[in-house]
Design a protein around this ligand. Structure first.
Ligand code: MG
Length: 383
């Protein structure tokens, strides 16, 4: 294995775990984090959670599980090229979506709205809550007891109010510091993955078309090259070939631009990376613009497509109905969650109860939320 760069996350200089544990015998600390994430319940649920398309719409669309694997793959390639810590990058990538509600952004917006008087709901904070407290797997502690660096990478953004409650982990949002380079690149690997796979899925679902995509700089240039080289290629293969080339261009540009910035700035430790005014991992000006154009296109043409909007609207109603029903009467919750809600209510009042209801809903998969809604509201469904 090649040597890590001085500015990478080195596990012997880790800020450690919240509960001290003996070091692993045959793995690195960050491999252990990754393994704990892979064995968590929340990770398995990603298989039935979606971002844009709802789970039952088809078997070929990305789910949050396949998305997370794509992010890990892209992230590791970048980490290796820049001599950053691959194990840490992988752990962050696999954990980054653990706190997502069912039904993607629509679900998150609805739950945030329901929770507005109780501290709100934010998927990033929820991912942290999953790994810090919700997972119950170990005899000695709550949560997965991950290292500081993995937790830092999971918490991509955070309001000052929440940051103040998070102690050491929240401090960088108050002091305007940067996270590790591994966290920075996992975040951009996430963007590269979803922008490109949403194009692929959007075309497959016939919500967007190749002709529309011609307006996009990044797409047009590869489309023309592929058409010139393979004039008789069928549409599906052409789309795959174009998307593959787009991902490659973004990844290469990210590696080359970041490498140049790292050479110029030459940080000698992760602490120096954290002290920087700006992130050191990033795209070149031109590719960043192309990437912005792509995001805008998806927002205007895919995420707000009327068929997606109809589904989002239904999804929001399901989340609201579930939340209101459980808040009105916690006896409707499965026993273990009701117990937890009562305990939280004794300690923190109504906000405590709301938080447990929100945890229960956020943990649901798309199909579980739909079934639970039927169980609660359809008179003919008794179990
Ligand atoms: Mg993601």
């Amino acid at each position: 294995m090649q040597q890590l760069a001085p500015y990478a996350a080195h596990e012997d200089r880790s800020r450690g775990r919240r509960h001290a544990e003996p070091p692993p015998r045959y793995r690195s600390e960050y491999q252990r984090d990754r393994d704990r994430i892979v064995h968590s319940t929340a990770f398995r649920r990603l298989e039935y959670k979606t971002q844009v398309f709802v789970n039952h719409e088809g078997d070929l669309f990305r789910t949050r599980l396949t998305h997370s694997i794509e992010v890990a793959q892209i992230g590791r390639s970048i980490a290796r090229a820049l001599r950053l810590n691959e194990d840490l990058t992988e752990a962050i990538a696999l954990a980054h979506d653990l706190g997502h509600t069912p039904f993607g952004h629509a679900g998150q917006d609805a739950l945030n709205q329901c929770m507005k008087d109780y501290g709100g709901f934010e998927h990033n904070l929820q991912s942290l809550r999953v790994v810090d407290t919700i997972e119950e797997k170990y005899a000695d502690f709550e949560g997965l007891n991950l290292t500081f660096e993995t937790r830092e990478g999971i918490l991509k953004h955070c309001s000052p109010r929440h940051a103040r409650q998070l102690g050491e982990l929240g401090r960088r949002f108050l002091d305007h510091q940067q996270p590790s380079l591994e966290a920075q690149l996992a975040n951009l690997a996430d963007e590269i993955a979803y922008n490109n796979h949403d194009i692929d899925d959007g075309i497959r679902a016939r919500l967007i078309h190749i002709e529309q995509l011609e307006d996009l700089e990044l797409f047009r240039q590869h489309h023309q090259a592929v058409r010139g080289q393979y004039p008789r290629l069928g549409e599906r293969r052409a789309v795959h070939e174009i998307v593959r080339r787009m991902i490659n261009q973004l990844v290469c540009d990210l590696i080359e631009t970041s490498r140049r910035r790292l050479q110029d700035c030459a940080p000698t430790s992760i602490e120096q990376v954290r002290q920087q005014k700006h992130m050191l991992i990033g795209f070149s000006e031109q590719v960043a613009q192309g990437n912005q154009q792509l995001k805008r296109f998806l927002r205007e043409n895919l995420y707000s497509h009327y068929r997606v909007y109809r589904m989002s609207n239904k999804a929001k109603r399901i989340i609201r109905d579930l939340f209101n029903a459980f808040m009105d009467d916690i006896r409707l919750l499965p026993r273990e969650h009701a117990e937890r809600a009562r305990r939280a209510e004794r300690q923190q009042g109504e906000a405590g109860r709301a938080r447990i209801v929100s945890d229960y809903i956020a943990g649901m998969t798309d199909r579980y939320a739909i079934t639970e809604h039927q169980r609660l509201f359809e008179p003919l469904r008794l179990t």
